[in-house]
Design a protein around this ligand. Sequence first.
Ligand SMILES: [Zn+2]
Ligand SMILES: [Zn+2]
Length: 140
Amino acid sequence: MTDSIVKGSCFCEAVAFEIELPTVFCGHCHCSMCRRPHGASFVTWTAVPPERLRITQGAGDIAVYRSSENGTRQFCRICGSQLFCQTELEFIDVTLASLHGPIDRDPEAHWYYDSRAEWTEVNDDLPKLGGEDGMQALDE
Ligand SMILES: [Zn+2]
Ligand SMILES: [Zn+2]
C-alpha cells in the first residue's frame, strides 16, 4: 500500500517537501524546456494541486526561474536540483526523481515525443504523444 504522504527533497537535502496523494498525472516530458534545465533526455513529472505540496524545510533555498510568460521552474539554489514547475494554477508539477517513495500511479505517456532529443529512442508500450501541446496522438 502506498502512503498518502510522500516525502521528497533536492540532492543536497537543503530543501525538503512532501506531497499528499492522489496525484493528478505522471508522465515523461521530452520538450526542450525540460531537457535543458534538467540536463537530461527527458523528465518524469507527476503533479498535485498546490495545496497538497508542502515545503517542510529550506523554502528560502528555492530559486524561482520564470521560464515562460505564465510558467515558473523552481530549483534548489545550492545544488541545482529541479523540483517543481508550474504553468497552470490548478496543479504544480513535481519531479518524480525528487520523491523518496512510490506514488499512486506509474508513468502514463511520453509527451512532446516528436521533439525528443535525437539520441533518445523509447521502446516501452506507453503512448507517445506530441504536436503543439505535446499531448496529441502521433502518426507512426
Ligand atoms: Zn539542494
Ligand atoms: Zn517538458
